[in-house]
Design a protein around this ligand. Structure first.
Ligand code: NAI
Ligand code: MG
Length: 357
């Protein structure tokens, strides 16, 4: 098995090594046989070579089953095209999965009183290949246009993915859209409804604006949510409010043959180089990679170790702590080793996926 490692720019270079150290530990201890393939893409590469990602990089990524990605800085230059959009599209990573599941103890640490941690457990499934991120654009000085593309095929497959996830959880799926104004969303809504119903999933829908309000006011009402590309992008960053920090939000981009795991946050130029970025979003993205690989015990060990860091207040400044990225990463790794040696997470692996981080 091959795993591409893309640190990217800014804090990507600081948080990804902390996740890779955990991957190395399991890979070496249990002989998983994962070959790591470092891939350089992003602004750093653009500045050096004039190209942020090449055809060769895409070909190399296509040879990797798994990809762990940090973040990339995007500059406002018309010749600089989004690297991430290109990777998602060329590898056809059509399902962007963003869990909103607070770490046990985080509300107490951050003194969040508006909600109960145990009532927040949502997964936003974002269509990742079309919508307003279609790349179909006409840019002019007087008028610029971006075409919002919705196809039946892409809507069907994202709805099928979300319905599978829903049936493994509460069998409830919410379709978030704006079909009252955007007529293209009627195709998305109707297709999602039909697909979910044909799979026996209990489906309902909501307009995106009121959903944004309700997500923060009444998160306990929601479980699996499926939506279009831009709405999913915005709603999942908003949902990170319920996690306590953008530095705690992991995600996965899943295709039929490959999967790509990344923290939701960007390259954070304002804190890059200071060694204070929260590595937990990257570590929990690795946990999602373990879940995808069927390594449920190892995923559980990572969750437990992250929970221990929060319980012991070994956290970065975004969570009110005084520890560095490396200190938090080292603590999590030492906890993983300790829990592994103590045979934690051995019982009932069926239930492990439902454990809170
Ligand atoms: P950002 O997520 O990089 O930062 C937003 C705020 O959150 C900043 O104040 C930052 O310091 C803080 N933050 C983010 N991650 C953190 C962490 N792990 N620990 C502690 N604090 C954290 O978003 P922003 O500032 O809008 O974008 C910066 C650059 O990143 C831009 O060039 C943007 O295009 C790019 N970006 C890349 C993404 C990716 O590669 N997946 C996703 C989002 C933005
Ligand atoms: Mg975003």
């Amino acid at each position: 098995m091959r795993a591409a490692i893309i640190e990217g720019d800014g804090i990507g270079k600081e948080v990804i090594p902390e996740a890779v150290a955990i991957l190395d530990y399991f890979n070496e201890t249990y002989d998983w046989g994962i070959e790591k393939v470092p891939v350089e893409v992003g602004l750093g590469k653009w500045e050096k070579t004039g190209s942020a990602i090449t055809d060769d990089d895409i070909s190399l990524l296509k040879t990797c089953n798994l990809i762990l990605f940090g973040a990339i800085t995007t500059v406002n230059d018309p010749s600089y095209k989004s690297v991430l959009l290109r990777i998602r599209k060329e590898l056809d990573l059509y399902a962007n999965v963003r869990p909103i599941l607070p770490i046990s103890g985080i509300y107490k640490l951050l003194k969040i009183k508006d909600h109960k941690e145990e009532n927040v457990n949502i997964v936003i499934v974002r269509e990742n290949t079309e919508g307003l991120y279609s790349g179909v654009e006409e840019i002019g000085a007087e008028k610029s246009m971006t075409t919002r593309v919705i196809t039946k095929r892409a809507s069907e497959r994202i709805a099928a993915f979300a319905s599978n996830l829903a049936s493994a959880r509460k069998n409830k799926l919410l379709v978030v859209h704006k079909s009252n104004v955007l007529k293209s969303d009627k195709l998305f809504l109707d297709t999602c409804r039909q697909t979910a119903e044909s799979r026996g999933v209990d489906v309902s829908d909501k307009l995106v604006d009121i959903f944004a309000y309700d997500l923060i006011m009444n998160p306990e009402k929601y479980d699996v949510v499926v939506t279009t590309n831009l709405f999913g992008d915005i709603l999942s960053d908003l949902g990170a409010v319920l996690l306590g920090s953008i530095g705690l939000a992991p995600s996965a981009n899943i295709g039929d043959n490959q999967a790509f795991f990344e923290p939701v946050h960007g390259s954070a130029p304002d804190i890059a180089g200071k060694g204070i970025a929260n590595p937990i979003a990257a570590v929990l993205s690795l946990k999602m990679m373990f879940d995808y690989m069927g390594k449920t015990r190892e995923a559980c060990l990572v969750s437990r170790a992250v929970t221990a860091a929060v319980a012991d207040k070994i956290v970065t400044p975004d969570l009110g702590g005084k520890y560095s990225t490396k200190e938090v990463g080292d603590f999590i790794l030492s906890k993983v080793r300790q829990l592994d040696a103590a045979s934690f997470c051995l019982e009932d692996p069926e239930d492990i996926s439902k454990l809170k981080p």
